[in-house]
Design a protein around this ligand. Structure first.
Ligand SMILES: [Zn+2]
Length: 64
């Protein structure tokens, strides 16, 4: 079984759920590319640049 991850258009978080846990009102898209796993967002320059404030999986590019 293949799990399809979708990206939140607002925070770019990837999820296998139907909605983003942070933005249940926001739509998810399967039109994303790149993949980023943030474990320690406090010490991550990448997370800081991307505006990521919690750990998880994120898409690098999300088509709006
Ligand atoms: Zn979100």
């Amino acid at each position: 079984m293949k799990i399809t991850l979708k990206a939140c258009k607002k925070c770019k978080r990837l999820t296998a759920e139907k909605v983003c846990i942070s933005h249940p009102e926001e739509k998810l898209t399967s039109d994303w590319s790149g993949f980023l796993y943030i474990k320690e967002h406090k010490n991550s320059i990448v997370a800081e640049r991307a505006g990521i404030t919690s750990e998880g999986m994120y898409a690098i590019k999300v088509r709006q």
